[in-house]
Design a protein around this ligand. Structure first.
Ligand SMILES: *[C@@H]1O[C@H](CO)[C@@H](O)[C@H](O)[C@H]1NC(C)=O
Ligand SMILES: *[C@@H]1O[C@H](CO)[C@@H](O)[C@H](O)[C@H]1NC(C)=O
Ligand SMILES: *[C@@H]1O[C@H](CO)[C@@H](O)[C@H](O)[C@H]1NC(C)=O
Ligand SMILES: *[C@@H]1O[C@H](CO)[C@@H](O)[C@H](O)[C@H]1NC(C)=O
Ligand SMILES: *[C@@H]1O[C@H](CO)[C@@H](O)[C@H](O)[C@H]1NC(C)=O
Length: 510
């Protein structure tokens, strides 16, 4: 884990963590750390600050205003109110002790344009690296367009979200967020400002598009497809376990999963949240799908609920455009209160009654341990994503579900938290991954301790991605937990980064 305690210099929480280049004298396998003789002098930092027009920010730990002697009630409240929102911190990838971060939040330019090449002709949006999902949706909406972005409105759309794949309510119709990207502007690890698309720097384009954020360079802008907007139908359905047996509850769960492949094949994305006391589809989104059609897809589940005498709440509505449906039906997703683990499930699991039943048993295991179980039902197969060239984890193409497990974070009981962490890695995730060991997991929402993460997060793309990183970031300036190349470093308790022994050998090869 990276400790913020020791973070003394750097630019406030950004999207990309950059390790100081100089390596510690007398210990060439480690990066310079604050306090080391090799740490840059004040005059070096000042010169650097001048070179960036005085924009260098010396950071303090994020929660400083909430602690003496720097306690500030007002600032602390602002921080607490926003603490659970994903833009505050994501998967530990964007922070590091004695690291320099690049804060891209204020790069807000949005330009709607026409794009024409042999792979795509149509509208596109060029988005600065700091543009947040909701800002892109609103800008597109004003031009009668919609864009593939996340369910969390504040997550940056050009950052790790699209660079790592990016699932969306619109993905079963258009593909993942990465599948929309036409071009990147990026500053690579050699300090070059590059344009990467399918005609120039194509290897960098391929890697940035799905191969993970904060790894190959600092993205300055992303140009992505924007699609003609139109009606979007949506529905939600909820019931609780009150007065019903476990068997009845899981009968409905199993039936829903049986129908999932046919639901997503209609261009629909369906979010299903399960806890040990509730079942909720919230929402099922059908861009361009007539409401009657959307309703027919969930009718078998409603019939079963009637048959079993289970009371449920159900609402459906057709909206004029995507933004209206997004604002009305998207749930607020909180992070920072839970730990996560995930696995991508191929459609073959749901299509075969015996394996679908095994899935139900796995879900039972997860819920019985007090964890929640979320299914992001989605179809981003090649037929949907179309003519794309990118490093999206190949496991996505056969998947119909990104399954996500979470347990609450034990803030005051570190021992209990460590036990829960072990449970996530050794019990919960394996209960899903054993159903499809050859599949993988979505790198942006997964167990940060996922064993064999290279295979799970990147599949057969890993080795190629590592070579591309070596070309564009030869000094390993960019580091992120579970990012490509990250296994070549170890992070000590203090936050100090050192090369692993095997990586020292590798360095001579690349
Ligand atoms: C050098 O690196 C090793 C880890 O590779 C670490 O254990 C040791 O403390 C480091 N020494 C110094 C002087 O930083
Ligand atoms: C960088 O320069 C600006 C303007 O002179 C100053 O306000 C800021 O504190 C400096 N940053 C650091 C880290 O010294
Ligand atoms: C559960 O059963 C009780 C007693 O029959 C009834 O009063 C209550 O409304 C039921 N609750 C639900 C959610 O079905
Ligand atoms: C369910 O959909 C209805 C109809 O659009 C909407 O009014 C309601 O807020 C939705 N419920 C949730 C929990 O999102
Ligand atoms: C349900 O899950 C909660 C945690 O979310 C846990 O405290 C509770 O004990 C669980 N109940 C059962 C019956 O498993």
């Amino acid at each position: 884990m990276l400790s913020l305690k020791t973070l003394k210099l750097g630019v406030f929480v950004g999207l990309v963590a950059v390790a100081p280049l100089t390596e510690a004298s007398g210990n060439s396998s480690c990066r310079c750390f604050y306090g080391d003789d090799c740490w840059p002098s004040d005059s070096t930092w000042n010169a650097f600050n001048q070179s960036v027009d005085g924009r260098l920010v010396a950071t303090v730990p994020l929660a400083t205003p909430c602690h003496t002697p720097n306690y500030d009630a007002k600032e602390c409240k602002v921080l607490k109110d926003g603490w659970l929102l994903p833009e505050e911190h994501y998967n530990g990838k964007s922070t590091g002790a004695s690291a320099l971060s690049v804060w891209t939040h204020h790069l807000k330019d949005i330009e709607i344009k026409d794009w024409k090449d042999k792979h795509y002709t149509g509208k596109a949006a060029k988005l600065g690296a700091g543009v947040q999902g909701i800002e892109a949706y609103e800008a597109a909406h004003k031009q009668g367009l919609r864009m593939v972005g996340g369910e969390c409105p504040t997550v940056g759309i050009a950052g790790g979200y699209s660079q790592g794949g990016g699932h969306s309510s619109l993905a079963s119709k258009y593909g993942l967020a990465a599948d929309q990207v036409l071009e990147w502007e990026v500053i690579d690890g050699n300090g070059r400002f590059l344009v990467a698309n399918r005609n120039q720097n194509t290897d960098l384009y391929w890697a940035l598009t799905g191969g993970g954020g904060g790894t190959y360079g600092v993205v300055w802008s992303m140009t992505s497809k924007a699609h003609p907007d139109g009606p979007v139908s949506g529905l939600n359905l909820t019931f609780t376990t009150t007065n019903i047996s476990d068997d009845a509850f899981f009968k409905v769960v199993e039936l829903y999963n049986t129908h999932l492949p046919s639901i997503v094949d209609e261009g629909v994305m369906s979010l299903n949240f399960l806890s040990n006391t509730s079942f909720s589809i919230s929402p099922m989104t059908g861009p361009g799908v007539p409401l009657k059609k959307l309703e027919s897809l969930i009718q078998p589940v409603r019939d079963e609920l009637h048959r079993l005498g289970i009371k449920y709440v159900y609402e459906s509505e057709v909206f004029d455009h995507y933004l209206a449906q997004f604002n009305a039906q998207t749930p607020l997703v909180e992070v920072g209160v839970a730990q996560y683990g995930s696995w991508l499930l191929p459609r073959s699991i749901m299509q075969k009654p015996s394996t679908n039943h095994e899935l139900t048993n796995s879900i039972r295991t997860v819920l019985a341990r007090g964890a929640t179980f979320t299914t992001v039902g989605i179809n981003v197969a090649k037929e949907v994503s179309g003519d794309v060239y990118n490093a999206v984890n190949p496991a996505w193409r056969n998947a119909v579900a990104h399954t996500l497990m979470s347990t609450t974070w034990e803030f005051d009981e570190p021992k209990k938290m460590l036990a829960k962490r072990e449970e996530m890695t050794n019990v919960l995730v394996p209960s899903l991954s054993k159903l499809a060991p050859e599949s993988g997991a979505y790198l942006n929402e997964a167990d940060f301790r996922q064993p064999n993460f290279k295979q799970a997060f990147y599949g057969e793309n890993y080795d190629t991605l590592r070579k591309i990183k070596a070309k564009y970031d030869p000094h390993c300036l960019f580091y992120g937990l579970t990012a490509v190349g990250s296994d070549e470093w170890t992070i000590a308790e203090s936050g100090r980064m050192c090369r692993t022994t095997s990586a020292q050998a590798l360095r001579h090869e690349i």
